[in-house]
Design a protein around this ligand. Structure first.
Ligand SMILES: [Zn+2]
Length: 366
């Protein structure tokens, strides 16, 4: 059974629109066709656009701004298009361009920004209610998030960002950042990272624990007492490297009421994926693999309230790095049946597909 609604806690929509030149209003085939022979490994293989999101009932999401500051090189090695700007000021300007794109998409009725509980309930009612009559597409609700905080030049910029609707921040990304240490790296948050957490707590901005390396993770847990989620993080016990959380980290997140969004990037789903070399066929990788991650978290929690979806499906990869039975984001809908087959009850499936993140936001925005 197709879930009534999917809440996807991690999509890099604006980055795809501007850095990959994808007009997400177009049908998937048209976006792919435009990119055939393109330079990126994911060229012509994208899986996310608004029509596919609607087809899979992905009506609510967390959408990012993403721009890094990398002082010592321009591109982040293996990570392809992840440009690192020479200064935080340039990164800030890039995120403001991304914000301008979100505003344009609001202007043409594709997206609606969600900043508070009233707006959340309105979007929820729109998607759980009957589909609108007429040709206009049902707007997708998005909560604005920032993936790595390098672009936050000063705490005055943070206030400005909050006023623009920014409601969640993951302080770091890959490698070292201005505010701490991310995936593939080690080390605690920087003194500026400590200051950032304090200001986030004052403003009520959600801390996204995803991408924090172990030391920065525990540093952040000690210092931050506001709401925490992990927008796109799987289980290390099933995909063994520091991009995923180990069981102690997952237990800490559960203790704090967090929800972990399950990502569908192959490299985060299985042990031993080699970037650029492995193929989904080598692992017989199917969407169902994610149910093992979901189940692991539910077993640690003793309930099904701390896990959701944070697909990351437009995170710089396409079908070369997704499960074999996932051609577009609409295929996330198969999770309903997969979870039912694993013994999950209808209300638990509703929670995993959207309710857990919705309830998290209700509590955070009380
Ligand atoms: Zn990410």
């Amino acid at each position: 059974m197709t879930p009534k609604l999917i809440f996807d806690a991690h999509l890099d929509l604006a980055w795809n629109a501007l850095d990959f030149n994808r007009d997400l209003r177009l049908k998937m085939e048209r976006i792919r066709h435009r990119e055939l022979g393109g330079p990126e490994k994911c060229s012509g293989r994208g899986t996310v656009c608004f029509p596919e999101m609607r087809r899979g009932n992905v009506g609510l999401c967390v959408a990012t701004q993403l721009a890094r500051h990398v002082p010592y090189f321009g591109r982040a090695g293996d990570l392809g298009r992840l440009t690192g700007y020479a200064s935080p000021e340039q990164a800030w300007a890039s995120t403001q361009g991304q914000l301008a794109w979100y505003r344009e998409m609001e202007g043409c009725g594709e997206l609606v920004q969600i900043r508070d509980r009233t707006q959340l309930e309105a979007r929820l009612a729109s998607w759980l209610g009957a589909a609108p009559a007429g040709p206009a597409p049902r707007p997708i609700g998005y909560v604005l998030s920032l993936e790595n905080a390098d672009s936050i030049v000063s705490m005055a910029h943070l206030e400005k960002a909050y006023a623009s609707g920014l409601r969640a921040i993951g302080p770091v990304h890959y490698g070292p950042g201005v505010y701490g240490h991310g995936t593939f790296d080690e080390g605690p948050l920087t003194p500026r990272g400590h200051e950032l957490l304090k200001e986030m707590e004052r403003l009520g901005i959600i801390l996204d624990a995803t991408h924090l390396c172990d030391e920065s993770f525990w540093d952040a847990m000690r210092r931050f007492s506001g709401p925490v989620w992990a927008s796109h993080s799987n289980c290390r016990v099933l995909a063994n490297w520091n991009r995923q959380f180990d069981d102690d980290q997952i237990r800490e997140l559960i203790r704090r009421g967090a929800v972990l969004g399950m990502a569908f990037d192959a490299v985060m789903m299985v042990h031993g994926w080699e970037w650029g070399r492995s193929r989904p066929q080598d692992f017989g990788l199917k969407i169902g693999k994610i149910v093992e991650h979901i189940d692991h978290i539910c077993q640690l929690a003793g309930n099904a309230r701390h896990v959701g979806i944070g697909s990351d499906l437009d995170g710089g990869f396409g079908t070369e790095q997704t499960p074999l039975d996932l051609d577009s984001i609409a295929d996330l809908a198969s999770l309903g049946d997969l979870l039912a087959a694993r013994g999950y009850k209808p209300d638990e499936i509703d929670g995993i597909t959207h309710g857990n993140f919705v309830n998290f936001l209700r509590a955070a925005w009380r």
